[in-house]
Design a protein around this ligand. Structure first.
Ligand SMILES: Nc1ncnc2c1ncn2[C@@H]1O[C@H](COP(=O)(O)OP(=O)(O)OP(=O)(O)O)[C@@H](O)[C@H]1O
Ligand SMILES: [Mg+2]
Length: 252
């Protein structure tokens, strides 16, 4: 359960509603380590699933940053694998017919520089065709580690979302050198910025109450707030450390 995120969830639910209305939007959630960026993606994925959207999701990893189209593959492979032969054939034909049916197992060769735009167009056409059948939410966690080829397409996507039944929500890690790369900055600049803010006192109270099934002592809550700085991960750790005897909550 997420605490203290009413504002952020409203923006994210709005992104879902806009995709469903046929005029999508893009949001990039920024924040430091453990601030709750992935948890916000989880929440919007659930909301989108409930609203009947197709959810395409990828998580970038530093070790895969040089893997061309790695993020694109994560986004599309499960969809293509789960689709029946008819739908798959229809989608790939509409994209121009040169994308392999299983992006993960067949090579998606790096195109010649002059073909790079062609590849981006194909991916864009694929998504537009999929979206025409059912609105889509595209989620990419940790954009700072995404491969450049995928980022090029994502930039194109974000520039066009307002014309499509597709919304995009990504996250970036503040302070990471990868977040300063031009295609990541470009994406963030074109999107609605959202910050995974530190959790306030009420949210910290909620986390502690969720952990123990009862309200925490004021002194304990204050310690949780101070040691965690409101960073979600550390709020949870601080609350959990009570169970190991480091802190006490009303004698627990
Ligand atoms: N609003 C919240 N209320 C309660 N718990 C939260 C909240 N946001 C995140 N958490 C919890 O805090 C922990 C860290 O959250 P999360 O993994 O989403 O952060 P992150 O910014 O993605 O971290 P990382 O830097 O590891 O990618 C998780 O256990 C998550 O469930
Ligand atoms: Mg994360």
């Amino acid at each position: 359960m997420l605490h203290g995120r009413d504002l952020e969830l409203r923006t994210l639910r709005d992104a879902v509603a806009r995709a469903a209305d046929g005029r999508g939007t893009a949001v990039v959630v920024g924040g430091g380590v453990g601030t709750g960026r992935t948890a916000l993606l989880d929440a919007v994925a659930v909301a989108a699933g409930r609203a009947g959207l197709t959810v395409l999701r990828a998580a970038s990893a530093l070790v895969e940053r040089d893997f061309e189209y790695g993020v694109v593959r994560q986004l599309f492979d499960p969809l293509l694998a789960a689709a029946g032969a008819d739908a798959r054939g229809r989608w790939l034909a509409a994209s121009g017919g040169s994308l392999p049916a299983a992006l993960a197992v067949e090579p998606l060769d790096r195109p010649e520089p002059h073909d790079q735009h062609g590849r981006v167009r194909e991916l864009q056409a694929l998504l537009a065709t999929v979206g025409a059948e059912r609105p889509v939410l595209v989620l990419v966690d940790d954009l700072q580690w995404a491969d450049t080829a995928s980022l090029q397409w994502l930039n194109r996507l974000v520039a066009r979302v307002a014309e499509l039944p597709v919304s995009f929500v990504g996250t970036t890690l503040h302070g990471d050198p990868g977040a300063g790369r031009p295609p990541v900055r470009g994406l963030a600049a074109a999107a609605v910025p959202l910050r995974a803010r530190p959790l306030g006192p009420a949210a910290v109270r909620g986390v502690v109450a969720g952990r123990f099934g009862r309200a925490g002592d004021p002194e304990f809550l204050q310690v949780c707030e101070e040691v965690s700085g409101g960073v979600s991960l550390w709020v949870r750790q601080a609350a959990a450390s009570s169970g190991s005897g480091l802190l006490t909550v009303g004698g627990l």
